[in-house]
Write a protein that binds this ligand. Structure first.
Ligand code: ATP
Length: 196
């Protein structure tokens, strides 16, 4: 049995990470009193079948600096180390095996609530985790589709998306208002989104 009581799993492509992601993490750590929050970058999202724009190593490097100063956060590379499409059910099973007996929460943006029944092994997933949603601008608060359990957090909605950031970066515009300073600095030196 693990000593930890509650674990959050926050998956995404993080291409790149931005302040919206950091806000979700902070709201969940605080409101759910998580003992650990695993940030899990996807190798390949089932909902984003085209390749990611930045290489996995670069997305991880940006995540590491973004969450460096936030206690109880860990960047978990498990989906990058698994071949093929990244399914949440596989990640949840691996987390459960690592931290036996803990309560598991999955953090998702409000844009994903309606899609939950289409996730792989939806019934099994619904039985294993509680979904936690931070509102996203333009998305109304809706009921969780059966048999999913979930709750909404109070976190302040932020109108930021990675796709908008990639456009700004490609156009040579500043992203300083949308990412932590350490991420802005690293993005500047990496130049990874300039030719996408
Ligand atoms: P893209 O614009 O490339 O689709 P994204 O900004 O939505 O990317 P993801 O990596 O897909 O970023 O996000 C990971 C998770 O964080 C998803 O569950 C997503 O809904 C959530 N999320 C992303 N941005 C926000 C935000 N501004 N507020 C709340 N949740 C967010």
């Amino acid at each position: 049995m693990s000593d930890l009581r509650s674990i959050g799993i926050f998956g995404g492509t993080f291409d790149p990470v931005h302040n919206g992601h950091v806000m979700v993490a902070q709201a969940a750590l605080k409101e759910l009193e998580l003992d650990r929050l695993l940030i899990v970058p996807a190798a390949q999202s089932p909902f984003k079948p085209n390749q990611t724009h930045a290489a996995a190593a670069d997305r991880v490097a940006l995540l590491e600096v973004a969450f460096d100063g936030i206690a109880r956060c860990e960047v978990d590379r498990q989906e990058l180390d698994r071949p093929g499409v990244s399914y949440t059910i596989d990640t949840v099973r691996a987390v459960e095996a690592r931290f036996a007996g803990t309560t598991l929460y999955c953090l998702i943006g409000a844009d994903h609530v309606a899609t939950l029944p289409q996730w792989r092994e939806a019934e099994a997933l619904a039985a294993m985790v509680t979904f936690v949603v931070v509102p996203r601008p333009g998305t109304a608060e809706e009921l969780f589709p059966k048999p999913f359990r979930g709750r909404y957090l109070r976190g302040e909605p932020m109108a930021i998306s990675a796709s908008e950031l990639r456009v700004r970066l490609r156009n040579g515009e500043s992203v300083a208002d949308y990412v932590p300073p350490t991420v802005a600095q690293l993005l500047n030196s990496m130049q990874i989104y300039s030719e996408n």
